[in-house]
Design a protein around this ligand. Structure first.
Ligand code: SF4
Length: 340
């Protein structure tokens, strides 16, 4: 997967007060990428383009560089205590993206230059919960590795948490530009997770993201560099042949973990959607083949009060049984953290 190169950059004026903002402005000038200075990264002017699809494409090709002002962290169940807001959105175009609910039709790719303030805030949260350990999730609002070549936010966070006895960091990615992170001092306090799925789901729905093979190769490198690793299988979708393909996926994962599976975690997430997401998905991907028939679903309420459509109980049970069985048989030392 190649480096994400934005078509255009929107730079919040205040970001130029920070070293990273200045450095990026100079970099994009050298690379002849248009940089427009804007007053606030939260107020982007309306697009001149006509269709929702064009506006979506435009947003995904635009890098917005801003100063994150709201420094209150959201909770992040079930994977962590808090979200660590390093970035928002990503250049990938997964049809089912969980951000379809929160970011709407123009999910601009955003990075923040005030990373030190964000990490200091994490320190405050750890302080409040001490002596308990506080876990932070770095991918709750984005795929942070996709923008790492510009933000270096993951590197900062990994090094920060390597020194924090009261905090642990984790993030999940589909992207594979891992080289800059492999040699960092992490002290085992960052769990580096890969979002994996079957080839059918990746090819059908995860546009502009690396292939399964590329992700598995990156997973191998990450494990060999000493990080605790994890696998997020999400979203689990039922389609003709799903059992064989998910079984094959677990076998491929096994072969990509040269150091074995002790201290490897699994998170298993069945497909779910909100009404807002469904409407956005149908507007942005009019030919989508994502299964979203309410008749096949049951209603659940999420942590922020959203009504979600999840698979019916019988289907959920089948998914859980299959994946749990395959993981336990093939990677018995690994730990399944949850299935939802
Ligand atoms: Fe959304 Fe993650 Fe896909 Fe990016 S990689 S579009 S954040 S699901």
């Amino acid at each position: 997967m190649e480096l994400f190169v934005p078509r255009k950059v929107l730079m919040e004026e205040a970001a130029l007060q920070y070293p990273l903002g200045m450095e990026l402005e100079a970099r994009f000038a050298r690379e002849q990428i248009e940089v427009e200075i804007i007053a606030s990264h939260n107020r982007i002017k309306p697009s001149k383009l006509k269709t929702d699809q064009q506006k979506y494409q435009e947003a995904k090709e635009t890098l917005v560089i801003g100063v994150r002002k709201g420094l209150e962290f959201q909770s992040c169940k079930p994977s962590a205590h808090y979200q660590l807001p390093l970035a928002t959105s990503c250049p990938g175009m997964c049809e089912y993206c969980y951000l379809q609910t929160t970011l709407g039709k123009r999910p601009f790719v955003r990075i923040y230059v005030n990373q030190e303030e964000i990490l200091n805030q994490a320190k405050n949260y750890m302080e409040k919960r001490k002596p308990e350990i506080t876990i932070f999730e770095g991918a709750a609002t984005s795929d942070p590795l996709a923008v790492e070549p510009y933000s270096r936010g993951l590197a900062k966070a990994i090094e920060f948490f390597s020194q924090e006895e009261l905090g642990l960091f984790r993030f999940v990615t589909k992207f594979t530009t891992v080289e800059s992170l492999l040699k960092l001092k992490h002290n085992g306090r960052t769990r580096f997770r890969y979002s994996l799925n079957t080839n059918t789901i990746i090819k059908g729905f995860e546009h502009h993201t690396p292939s399964l093979r590329q992700r598995l190769d990156a997973l191998t490198k990450v494990q060999q560099s000493g990080y605790p690793v994890g696998i997020v299988v999400a979203p689990i979708i039922m389609y003709p042949g799903w059992e064989e393909e998910y079984t094959g996926l677990i076998h491929s994962i096994k072969q990509s973990l040269p150091l074995g599976a002790s201290n490897v975690t699994f998170e298993l997430i069945s497909h779910r959607y909100t009404t807002k997401a469904k409407n956005n998905i149908q507007a942005l991907f009019p030919n989508t083949k994502l299964p979203m028939a309410e008749a096949d679903r049951q209603v659940k309420y999420g942590q922020f009060g959203y009504m979600k459509y999840v698979y019916q109980k019988e289907a959920m049970d089948l998914m859980k049984q299959l994946l749990t069985k395959e993981i336990k048989e093939n990677l018995p030392e690994s730990k399944i953290e949850y299935f939802i």
